[in-house]
Design a protein around this ligand. Sequence first.
Ligand code: AKG
Ligand code: FE2
Length: 220
Amino acid sequence: MSLKPLHLPAAELWLDPEFLPLPAAETLLALLTEVVPWQQQPIRLFGREVLQPRLTAWYGDAGATYSYSGLHLEPLPWLPALAQVRQRVEQATGCRFNSVLLNLYRSDQDSMGYHADDEPELGPEPTIASLTLGATRTFRLKPRPAAFPGAAPLPAPLSIPLTSGSLLVMRGLTQQNWLHALPKTTRPVGPRINLTFRRVSPAKQKQAFAIHQKAPATKP
Ligand SMILES: O=C(O)CCC(=O)C(=O)O
Ligand SMILES: [Fe+2]
C-alpha cells in the first residue's frame, strides 16, 4: 500500500492504513512496551500541575530537545528497531526526521486533548508522521476558528480510525489551521502505542526554550 491523500480544507493529510504488516506491528508493540522507559509526565494545565493521561518517551539524535507543556525532553538514543522504522517512514514520506515522540495509551481511559503540534522548534509547516501500533483509536481533527475568518459554517471536523500498522502524515498548513486529539473511548480497548516522527530544528530550540519559559504550549 501507499500513502493516499485525505481531503481536508487548508490542510494536507495522507494515510496509509497498511504501512506496516500486522505481524510486524504486533512485534514492535511488544518490544516497545517492554524496553522503553515509559514515564507519566506532569504538565501544567490552566495553572495546575496534573499528570498526563498517557505514558511517553522521546528518542532522537543528540541535541534534538523538545519543549512542550512546560517540559524539556532530552532525547534517548535511537533503539535499533526505532531507527529501522524511521528509515521506512522517511522512504514513504520523502522527509527526514531527527526525533520521535512515543505515546503509550494504556487503556480506553488514556487520551490526548485537542492541540496543534505548532511548537516553534518544529518550524512553520512541520511534517509529522504518526505510526499506530495496537488498539484502533479514533483520531479527531477540528478547525481552528481563527484560521477560517468569516466562514459560516466552519469546515466539518474529521474522525479517522487509526488501525494497527497505519501511518498518518500531517504536513503543510495542517497545524496552523486545525487542532487534533485522541479522545477516551466509551468501550474498553487494549493498549496502543503511537510514534510521531518529527524534525526539531536546532536553530529554533533556543527561541523555543525562551517562549516556553513564558507561556508553555499545552499538549493536554
Ligand atoms: O496518538 C495519536 O495518534 C496522536 C498523538 C499526537 O497528536 C502527538 O503526539 O502530538
Ligand atoms: Fe499532536
